[in-house]
Design a protein around this ligand. Structure first.
Ligand code: ADP
Length: 255
């Protein structure tokens, strides 16, 4: 389980607190979705979890192990990151995914590393791409390679920053179903941010609504309400339920 307690962070000592007393818990195999306006602190929260930024105070642990005290390589065995835009360099798909195992092999990949990559490419139906140059793939395909590379790390927590940001609808569906499969089959925790609330409702188990560096509300799909979305996004929406599933529709109620 990912557990964040009372996390605060500022980019400069005299600047404002960008994260302010964040508490978050995400059990294994669950997908957590962080929602909030641009600038609310979602990416900064991810950077703190990934060790790119160091919090001023608070704790981040995974299954009781303190992520903040870990060496980079140790942390890489627990947390992997799938960035929004990916610049891989001109490597083959196989070698790109193999790079995900650097924390295992250090300088030279062994037979078991290559075997692990082969298995991941097989599981993700990417075998036919193995010898292709990643730079010649489409955005959706590259996103899949980025996931494969993160998986090669054998992480227990996968952090995705806006995974569907630049994708068309077919690739969006592909990435979301892949995320769901990973959480369920491999019992991996996934923490991600999404702008589309219906996509979030479709994918997520737990939701964390951020505003001004704080989590204002968290919980399951039941927490989605017109009042909450107004409070978080200053947006008028309608929240409706069809056959037990919630949907968020643009535009407020007509009086
Ligand atoms: P979100 O991901 O929700 O859009 P961010 O975490 O990117 O939000 O940004 C939160 C706040 O931190 C914003 O006010 C942003 O301007 C500020 N911020 C982000 N990155 C930096 C940085 N490198 N230096 C200073 N301020 C930053």
């Amino acid at each position: 389980m990912l557990a964040i307690k009372d996390l605060s962070f500022r980019y400069s000592s005299r600047g404002p607190a960008v994260l302010n007393g964040i508490d978050l818990e995400l059990p294994d195999g669950q997908i957590g979705i962080v929602l909030g306006k641009n600038g609310s602190g979602k990416t900064t929260l991810f950077k703190n979890i990934l060790g790119i930024c160091r919090p001023d105070s608070g704790c981040i642990s995974f299954d009781g192990e303190d992520l903040l005290r870990m060496h980079r390589r140790e942390r890489a065995r627990i947390v992997a990151y799938v960035p929004q835009s990916i610049h891989f360099g001109a490597l083959s798909v196989f070698d790109t995914v193999l790079m995900g195992r650097v924390s295992f092999f250090g300088y030279k990949a062994g037979r078991e590393d290559e075997e692990a990559v082969r298995q991941i490419l097989h599981d993700m139906q990417l075998e036919e791409f193995a010898a292709r140059n990643v730079e010649q793939l489409s955005g959706g395909e590259r996103q899949k390679i980025a996931i494969a590379r993160a998986l090669a790390q054998e992480p227990r927590l996968l952090v995705f920053d806006e995974p569907t940001g630049n994708l068309d609808i077919a690739n969006e569906q592909l990435i979301l179903s892949e995320a769901r499969r990973l959480a369920r089959e491999k019992n991996i925790c996934i923490l991600t941010s999404l702008h589309d609330m219906n996509q979030a409702l479709e994918l997520g188990d737990r939701f964390f609504f951020m505003r001004d560096g704080k989590i204002r509300c968290s919980g399951g799909p039941e927490v989605f309400s017109e009042e909450l979305i107004k409070d978080i996004f200053d947006a008028e929406v309608r929240v409706t339920e069809i056959e037990g599933t919630k949907y968020v529709l643009n535009g407020g109620r007509q009086e």
